[in-house]
Design a protein around this ligand. Structure first.
Ligand code: HEM
Length: 413
């Protein structure tokens, strides 16, 4: 038996400076000593072994809706219990997000949304290239810049705005609402941040209804038009469900894809042999992006709820108990990934779980991959001698629970 207690879910967030500094010291310890760990303080199991995480994700009968979790599952219960003052979104939007729905509603909404989104993403490489090139042009002539705020943060919002069909003259407003809406991911918001969040969500909700009405009248070549068109053709979708889930694409995709691009730039600058190899063999870009997703996953965890008494990794789990899956921990499991703490852009057969899996597999994964695959080669081609502005400085990771990305990434041209 180990002589120290196992870390709780709270210790496994960047609010714990040791985890923020090196998450894998704690995750490796937990995987070695107790891969299916019952954390009584948070009322959940924490899984760190790849086989267990993959097994639970693949099981489509697992529940997702937080209200189905036992009362002890405090993090899940808080998601449904939290009432935010001042929100003025129409009633039919509440609780409609596929992120937390179970079947049949999950499949009913996700299927038409995925169909429309994947069709758009399949043809949006030129659009993403244009967005990236515009951001790089704006950096021309700078001797130093912040690769996070001046580049990685800028690409995903503009890409999704254009896919959705946000009007050109509303782009500035839309960007600021998007940044406000991302605060919904921060459970430790200040009152000022909550006010900014409320204002952003109210504005977004009103704007999406406006867009839906406009596109019903005059369809355009965009995702809002696709969704109202599918609804008109008989897809069983309410207006609130369309609006909520289009906003979900925005909120789910911005910070995560920003962090994928930012983590990739940082990893390549701190592993110059890998950057040199990527430049010499551009065809490695897809496996390089997969390795960044595995090695420095933007999202820490996802969760499920046991739909019946069952067993996970040999441990009994009761109906309604919560299962937190450490995607970060699973992605560095030595039983699945040889030499897991080595960053290797040519790694083969590395089926990471950075996008979760099963029926809830990230719906935005094709778009996130495309953005990174387009952005990184163009970025490094534009700044061939790029280096960290201060090579000795320690990376400054954000301390938003369950996400991993840099606060800033100062670079010199
Ligand atoms: C690198 C970028 C991204 C990462 C690492 C990421 C990660 C994840 C993860 C871990 C989940 C939970 C999956 C599960 O529980 O099995 C998820 C779900 C989701 N993501 Fe992403 N995501 C990214 C980009 C995006 C983008 C670009 C969008 C939108 C365009 C998006 C929209 C969503 C939505 C709507 C869900 C809920 C899907 C469902 O429950 O059916 N994500 N994502």
């Amino acid at each position: 038996m180990p002589d120290r207690p196992h870390p709780s879910v709270f210790d496994l967030t960047p609010l714990n400076p040791a985890f923020n500094d090196d998450p894998h010291a704690l995750l490796d310890q937990l995987r070695r000593e107790c891969p299916v760990h019952r954390d009584e303080t948070a009322g959940t199991f924490v899984l760190t072994r790849y086989a267990d995480v993959r097994g639970v994700l693949s099981e489509s009968s697992m529940w997702r809706h937080p209200s189905r979790a036992e009362p002890a599952a405090m993090i899940q219960r808080r998601l449904v219990g939290e009432k935010i003052e001042g929100l003025q979104v129409p009633e039919d939007e509440a609780g409609a997000s596929i992120l937390f729905l179970d079947d049949p509603d999950h499949a009913r909404i996700r299927e038409p949304l995925a169909k429309a989104l994947y069709k758009r993403v399949a043809k949006c490489r030129p659009l993403v290239t244009k967005v990236v090139t515009g951001k790089l042009d704006a950096l021309e002539g700078r001797a130093e810049f912040d690769a996070m705020n001046d580049f990685a943060l800028q690409v995903p919002i503009d890409a999704i705005a254009r896919i959705l069909g946000v009007d050109e003259h509303r782009l500035m407003e839309f960007r600021s609402w998007s940044e406000g809406a991302i605060l919904s991911l921060n459970p430790f918001r200040t009152p000022e941040q909550t006010a900014a969040l409320v204002a952003a969500i109210n504005a977004l909700s009103a704007y999406f209804r406006e867009l839906m009405t406009a596109r019903r009248r005059t369809p355009r070549d965009d995702l809002v038009s696709d969704m109202v068109q599918l609804q008109a053709e008989g897809a069983p979708l309410g207006d609130g469900e369309i609006s909520n889930n289009l906003q979900g694409l925005l909120i789910g995709g911005n910070l995560t894809t920003t962090d994928l691009i930012g983590n990739a730039i940082w990893l390549l600058l701190t592993h110059p042999d890998q950057l040199t190899r990527l430049k010499a063999e551009p065809a490695l870009i897809n496996s390089a992006v997969e390795e960044v997703l595995r090695y420095e996953s933007p999202v820490d965890v996802t969760s499920r709820i046991a739909p019946r008494d069952t067993e996970v990794g040999g441990c009994p789990v009761k109906q309604a108990q919560s299962l937190f899956m450490s995607l970060r921990g699973a992605n560095r499991d030595p039983d699945t990934f040889p030499d897991p703490h080595r960053f290797d852009i040519a790694r083969k057969d590395a089926p990471h779980v950075a996008f979760g899996g099963g029926t809830h597999l990230c719906i935005g994964s094709p778009l996130a991959r495309l953005e990174a695959q387009v952005a990184l080669p163009l970025f490094f081609a534009r700044f061939p001698s790029l280096r960290l502005a201060d090579p000795e400085a320690r990376p400054r990771w954000r301390n938003l629970p369950f996400f991993r990305g840099l606060k800033e990434l100062p670079v010199a041209v």
